[in-house]
Structures are given as C-alpha cells and as structure tokens.
Design a protein around this ligand. Structure first.
Ligand code: NAD
Length: 499
C-alpha cells in the first residue's frame, strides 16, 4: 500500500495540488512505499506567502524565547528518536544506528543555536566623535530557503533550519524527493514545540519547486547542499536574482597514509569512512593514498581482509555494516563507474557488483569495492562516485601525496594518518582542502565550528553552522547616533515651588 505524502505550511499538512508525484522507495526491498507531491509554482508561492506573513512576528519575539522553542524541539526529537530513525532508514537505507547519528548531528547544531541571544549581539563603539556613538545590529533576512540532499535527511535540514529560525527568519525547506518523510515529521515536532505557524514550511518537489523559490523575490537567501553541477547552477541563479546563497557540492576525499602510521588503525578507519552508509556521505573517504610501495602493499592486504568480513544488510539487521544505496539509478551509476575503472586499467581487488541479500532480492545492493593502482588521469579518480567504492592511489613520497588532494577539483575533507607531528602540521597548513583530519578519517567539525569545503565542493563565502551560519542568516545594520543637548543643559532639576 502506498500513501500520498504532503507539504507542510501554516502549522499543518497540506495536500499537493499540482497532480505531479514522485515515487519514494524502501531501498532494501526495492518497493515503492509512498508518493511525494511535486509542487508547482503556485503552490510554492502560496507557501512562501504564508511564511512571509508569519515572519515579522517571529522576528519580534525575543531571541531567548525563540531559543526556548528550539530547546523544546530538541527534547521532542530525542523522545521520538527511535521512530524518526526507523522512518529515515526506511527511505534512505542506512542502518538504524547510522540513522540515529544523522539525527544526533543535526540536533547538536540546534542545541548550539540556543545561544542565539549571545550570537546575535552586535558591536558598540563609544564616542567615535564628540557625543557620537556607533552600534551594529544583526537582523533576520525574512523568508529563507533550504534545498537539501537525500543522504542526511535529518542532519542537513537541521543544520540550516536551526540557525535560520534562531535568528528570526521563516524557513522554507525543499528536501530531497527521495526521503521526505523525516523532514515532514520534524515540521510536526517544531509545531508541537511551540514554533508559530508558518515559520517552518516543507515544500516537496523537484527543479520546478527549486526554480520557483529562486525566482520568488520574497525569498532572501538560499542554502543548498547536493551535487556540484546543481550547487553551481543554483549559486548562479540565486546571485542573478540578488539573493544570498551558500551552495555545498560533491567531494572526493583522500586519506594519506604515511609509512609511520598505525596501519591497523588506518585500515579500520578507511573501512568505516569508505563503506559506512554505503559511501553515501559527502565526507566519506573514497581515495586512499599510501606513501611508498611497502605501505601500500601492507595497507591493501589489511583492507582486503577486512572487506571479506563486511556484512550488507537492511536497517534493522543489528550485524549489518551498511545498507543498500538509495535508488536503482544510484546502483546502476555506481556499477557503471566500477566498469569504467576496470576499462581504464585499475586493479579491481574487491568487486561489489551483482550482490544481493537473503530475503531482499530486489534491494539496491552494492557491495564493498576496492581498486588498487588507480592513476590520477582516470575518470575513476577524477569524478565523485558516491557509493561503496574505494580507490588506492600509490604515492612515491609525501610531496606527491600532498599534491593529489590539493590539485583535485574537489576540496571537501581530507585526512592524514601518521605518528609524525611535524608532517601532520605541514600537511594541515598546506593542503588545499576545507576540512582536515589528523588520524581522524571523517573530520566533520563539531557544531560550534563551521562546515564547508573548498573549490568545487562549495560556492559562497560563509560555511554551514557555527558562527558563520548566524552571519549568513542575518544582515548587519549599523547605527550612528548623536543626541542634541537635552534635559541636562536646558531644564531645571529643582522641584518647582507652588505659587
Ligand atoms: P542532488 O544534487 O541530486 O540533489 C540535491 C537537491 O537538489 C535535492 O533537493 C534535489 O531535489 C535538488 N535538485 C536536483 N536536481 C535539481 C535541478 N536540476 N535543479 C534544481 N534542483 C535540483 O544531490 P543528492 O543526490 O540528493 O545528494 C548527493 C550529493 O550531495 C553528492 O554529490 C554529495 O557529495 C553531496 N553532498 C554534499 C555535502 C556537502 O556538505 N558538501 C553534504 C551532503 C551531500
């Protein structure tokens, strides 16, 4: 039985009226579980109108009260975490433990946003001229939009909505059409937490809805996360319409392994970071760069041994290491990339094609895949695959290993494994990548720092979450003040006597 999902606006669910729907699948069974409405231009305009009408009241609510609503929301999400994780896994395919991580990393950012009263404070300068003071205010933008990818359906919407709402904006989310149920449930919980109607909306849809948001003059800013070609085109479209935009794109994250590294630690880290969540993480490691032939041989042997013990499974299987990929199209694309790697002459050490799981013959399964002796000119190396495919590219020395991630088109995350503090420090300083891990494979910054890649992994000048998010979702007003001489010089301070 499939059910029809909705949009969410004005504190309530709202049926789609465009007549267009997209299918939502359970990736483990390969079956359609629901239909998501795809909004047309009029539906988007209505939802933005509801948001715009509500926003000024929210902006006038003092920031501490706004923060309290968010803290109540955090409690509600924690109370409902099992239900949310099951909903998330059922449309994404990731294991339940991983789904809980998706929710937890989103909630951490909302908790950080409870500091809004502090983060929104302006500056003040006394006596910049005779009797003249200057102060600055951080004011909300109005209605802002978020357009988010399938791979973190809780975390990324919350990374955007948390700071936007805390700063006094109304937020319109256009989530991925692959897994829209968690965003809809989060909208209900925000209402239950006391968020005024209209301040958080979900408009489901595809390019039509995104273009409508980008063309609506009432939408003042757009935060996007997804693949690079779409990130770049949304950035250009938003800028052409005079909107603020931050657009985060794809990745090809490298892990450098120096000869002095703890190789068991590095191999364990690579397995988790390469294959966890079926490689569908923008911070997944997809390239391992061992330095020196001996390091490479020893690393590949350890990887092979660990890959043989990995278990594919559906979300509720407690022993599953990772689940299916998100769609039949993703499976086809990943298997085609593996075939390209073979044609290009890379050495296929483990082949994840053609895998199934007992009881789930129609799931979108791709097993862990490992290539050795990959070369920088291969498409296998140049393009993002976004699946459980790890490439080993052997570097002769440290400088070559440093050049690879620095010269790659993407610059999201990178890691170095070594016991040498001097090498690690030099690497962190010189590498042309936005987020660096030292013996940490997935260096996703904690909520009070900011998250963002360089080069083709990010367009715009401010990162997600942390203090940057409050800069992105507010505009600065600077007030210069001088007062004419007042009561001090002209008026009498003596109690008048009766006549
Ligand atoms: P995607 O680009 O296909 O979709 C992202 C969003 O854009 C969705 O909401 C989708 O509906 C919308 N969209 C798709 N095509 C569009 C079009 N032509 N015009 C307007 N909107 C369109 O990405 P995805 O497959 O959902 O997510 C995977 C990608 O996201 C990977 O490339 C991954 O690296 C990237 N990602 C990046 C980060 C980061 O922080 N840099 C984080 C997570 C995921």
């Amino acid at each position: 039985m499939t059910r029809d999902l909705t949009h969410y606006s004005g504190g309530a669910h709202r049926d789609g009226t465009s007549g267009r729907f997209g299918d939502v699948y359970d990736p483990a069974t390969g079956q359609v579980t629901s239909r998501v409405p795809l909004a047309d231009v009029d539906e988007v305009a209505d939802i933005v109108g509801v948001a715009a009408a509500a926003q000024q009241g929210w902006a006038a609510t003092n920031p501490q009260r706004r923060a309290r609503v968010l803290l109540r929301f955090v409690d509600l999400v924690n109370e409902h975490v099992d239900e949310l994780a099951a909903l998330l896994s059922g449309e994404h395919g990731k294991t339940l433990a991983d789904a809980k991580g998706d929710i937890a990393r989103g909630i951490e950012v909302v908790e950080f946003c409870a500091a809004a009263p502090h983060l929104l404070k302006g500056e003040f300068s006394d006596s910049v001229g005779t009797g003249i003071d200057v102060h600055s205010l951080r004011q909300p933008l109005g209605v802002v939009a978020g357009i988010t990818p399938f791979n973190f359906p809780a975390m990324i919407p919350l990374w955007k909505a948390g700071p936007a709402l805390a700063a006094g904006n109304a937020f319109v989310l256009k989530p991925s059409e692959r897994d829209p149920s968690v965003p809809l449930r989060l909208a209900e919980l925000l209402t239950e937490a006391g968020l005024p109607d209209g301040i958080f909306s979900v408009v489901n849809g595809d390019k039509v809805a995104v273009d409508a948001l980008l063309d609506d003059p009432r939408v003042k800013a757009v935060g996007f996360v997804g693949s690079t070609p779409i990130a770049q085109s949304i950035y250009a479209h938003a800028a052409a319409n005079g909107k603020r935009a931050q657009c985060f794109g794809g990745a090809k994250n490298h892990m450098i392994i120096l000869p002095d590294a703890d190789l068991d630690m590095a191999a364990d880290a690579l397995i988790g970071a390469g294959y966890g969540s079926a490689g569908e993480r923008c911070m997944a490691i997809s390239v391992a760069v061992p330095v020196g032939e001996q390091t490479a041989d020893a690393l590949v042997a350890r990887l092979k041994e660990r890959i043989d013990g990995l278990r594919l499974g559906e979300a509720t299987d407690p022993d599953a290491d990772f689940g299916p990929v998100v769609s039949a199209a993703a499976k086809e694309r990943i298997e085609a990339a593996i075939a390209t790697g073979v044609e290009e002459g890379a050495e296929l050490v483990a082949d994840g094609r053609g895998r199934t799981v007992d009881g789930y013959p129609d799931g979108f399964w791709v097993g862990p895949t490992l290539f050795d002796r990959v070369r920088p000119e291969m498409e296998l190396y140049r393009e993002e695959i976004f699946g459980p495919v790890l490439s080993v590219i052997r570097a002769a020395d440290y400088e070559e290993a440093l050049r690879l991630p620095s010269e790659h088109q993407y610059g999201n995350g990178v890691a170095i494994f070594t016991r040498d503090g001097d090498a690690a420090r030099d690497f962190a300083s010189r590498v042309e990548v936005g987020m660096v891990g030292v013996n940490v494979p997935i260096p996703v910054p904690i909520a009070y720092y900011t998250f963002g890649g360089w080069k083709a992994s990010g367009f715009g000048d401010l990162n997600q979450h942390g203090a940057d998010a409050f800069r992105f979702y507010t505009r600065t007003k600077t007030v210069t003040t001088r007062w004419p001489s007042g009561i001090r010089s002209g008026a009498s301070f003596v109690m008048p006597e009766g006549s």
